[in-house]
Ligand binder design. Structure first.
Ligand code: XBP
Ligand code: MG
Length: 249
């Protein structure tokens, strides 16, 4: 078997970023004079819809908030404002990589395994996060980056993962996805890709039964993961070599 490609989701997987997204959305609503404020329970419901623009429209259609109808034509510019606010927060250090993420990317690159990003979030958000956590040349580490509006249908549709596979020139059976949510698991699975799941603060009550592997996080030396299901029982860290072993097993 050729060395598997590792495809990383961003929000919730690479970093626990959704609280920073939520802060940016609420800042934008205030700036636009809208009496909207998404608290954690509301945001958890709204995260069922991926994509910030789609999420705002889903909120307007589903909750009929004051000023909703008038805000519909403003959604693209409001989302651009939100993205500026989000990237400002991330540039200032708001987002830290989850355990094991930087380690496994280093290991994969050293082993000659392709690494890619497949995310619903907007490209500027990816760039800010990768530069803030991996340095000015961080984006060059990735052999492919598929993000946000480059595909019509966002997760749980398979489109973003299919695009990443196409950019890599890799078959789905030679790839492993790293995800945190049901939307992400469904997207990768629909693209024919097996997933290693690490639940995040907004998805730790979701059911990932049937996933290739589910663990608390990727683990770090001296800080083993808690194994939840699938591959990796009795091991301590998700390493690039472990993924190669599990994928060919
Ligand atoms: C997470 C998302 C995104 C973010 C907000 O994507 O669904 O919509 O919540 O970012 P993933 P935008 O888990 O695939 O990284 O406002 O840029 O969409
Ligand atoms: Mg995610």
């Amino acid at each position: 078997m050729t060395l598997p490609a590792l495809l990383f989701d961003i929000d919730g997987t690479f970093s626990e970023t959704e609280e920073t997204h939520r802060e940016a959305f609420n800042e934008t609503f205030r700036a636009y004079g809208l009496p909207w404020s998404w608290d954690r329970p509301m945001y958890k419901k709204l995260l069922e819809v991926t994509g910030g623009k789609e999420r705002i429209r889903h909120y307007i259609d589903g909750w009929n908030p004051e000023g909703g109808a008038g805000a519909i034509p403003l959604i693209p510019e409001m989302h651009a404002d939100k993205t500026k606010r989000y990237t400002t927060l991330v540039d200032a250090g708001a987002a830290k990589p989850r355990p094991g993420i930087l380690r496994i990317i280093r290991e994969a690159k050293a082993a000659g395994m392709p690494v890619a990003i497949a995310t619903t979030t907007s490209y500027p958000n990816v760039e800010s996060l990768i530069v803030a956590t991996m340095g000015a040349d961080g984006m060059k580490v990735f052999d492919a980056v598929a993000a946000g509006d480059v595909v019509k249908k966002k997760k749980p549709a398979p489109d973003i993962y299919l695009l990443a596979l196409e950019q890599l020139g890799t078959a789905p059976e030679n790839a492993i996805a790293f995800e945190d949510s049901l939307n992400g698991l469904r997207s990768a699975t629909a693209a024919g890709i097996r997933s290693i799941m690490t639940p995040s603060v907004y998805t730790d009550d979701q059911d990932f039964a049937g996933a290739f592997a589910v663990m608390s996080d990727l683990g770090e030396p001296g800080r083993p993961y808690s194994h939840l299901s699938g591959k990796g029982a009795g091991e301590a860290m998700v390493t690039a070599d472990a993924v190669r072993r599990w994928a060919s097993g």
